[in-house]
Ligand binder design. Structure first.
Ligand code: XBP
Ligand code: MG
Length: 238
């Protein structure tokens, strides 16, 4: 594709985004580069539990293909022929991790990625409805956005659907289908804002056009079918 055609496509995508009835945001990797904080929280929980596990960035990048922290722990434990943790123990370990994540965010915060604040503000000014569709937990969303957007952050989003609110996590479409039901909007009236191949697949299975903001852990994913792929959201709203 030559530059002129690329510019035409980008302009058309920007107009589609500005004209959508609702923008549905993913959280981790999209609103903020949180996965390094999640990785530190997992490792802190393993240490606290006396497990000799440590997830380096290469290991975590591979495990991130499994959506959901509990599912990720289980996938790692099942690398052994005889897994060592029960479901209850995994849930307890994940609770420790979630507490560590909140503490790390509170201590150092995790800034919004470039362009996020502007896009949210411009969308609100255009009268667009905003929602969140994420695999992580409500507690993690609140920990992140109460620092990044202030204590009233939830007032910006009409509805928030988190991983444990639905039967299946991304790449299943469940969180997006639930958001559409709560907004009573058709998929084509919305735009999903995502960072990963799993997120794009989840939005696509719900029939929702998606834009991708490349993130640190998923930058090399296959984003075929995305309406637009950008390095960050500052390319969307000038
Ligand atoms: C990303 C995820 C989450 C986080 C960890 O969610 O897959 O599992 O990595 O959070 P999304 P939890 O990109 O959909 O926002 O440990 O709470 O799952
Ligand atoms: Mg994400």
């Amino acid at each position: 594709m030559n530059e002129a055609l690329a510019a035409i496509r980008t302009r058309a995508a920007r107009e589609t985004i500005a004209g959508a009835r609702a923008l549905i945001f993913d959280v981790d990797g999209t609103l903020a580069e949180t996965e390094e904080v999640h990785r530190r929280a997992f490792n802190a929980a393993f240490a606290e539990a006396g497990l000799d596990w440590f997830w380096d960035q290469v290991t975590y990048a591979r495990l991130l293909r499994v959506a959901g922290g509990k599912e990720r722990i289980r996938a790692f434990d099942q690398r052994n022929p005889v897994p060592s943790l029960s479901f209850a123990e995994i849930a307890g370990l994940h609770r420790i991790k979630t507490a560590r994540y909140a503490a790390l965010i509170a201590a150092g915060g995790c800034p919004l990625r470039p362009g996020v604040r502007a896009l949210v503000g411009n969308a609100r000014r255009r009268g667009q409805r905003l929602a969140i569709a994420t695999t992580t937990s409500h507690g993690n969303i609140d920990a992140l956005l109460s620092v990044a957007l202030g204590l009233g952050w939830a007032d910006l989003f009409e509805t928030i659907v988190a991983g444990d609110d639905v039967p299946r996590k991304k790449p299943a479409p469940d969180v997006y289908v639930e958001v559409l039901a709560r907004l009573t909007l058709a998929p084509a009236d919305c735009i999903a804002v995502e960072d990963s191949g799993n997120g794009l697949a989840a939005a696509a299975r719900a029939g929702i056009p998606a834009i991708i903001t490349r993130s640190a852990y998923f930058g090399d994913d296959d984003f075929t079918g995305a309406l637009l792929v950008v390095d960050d959201l500052s390319e969307i709203d000038e």
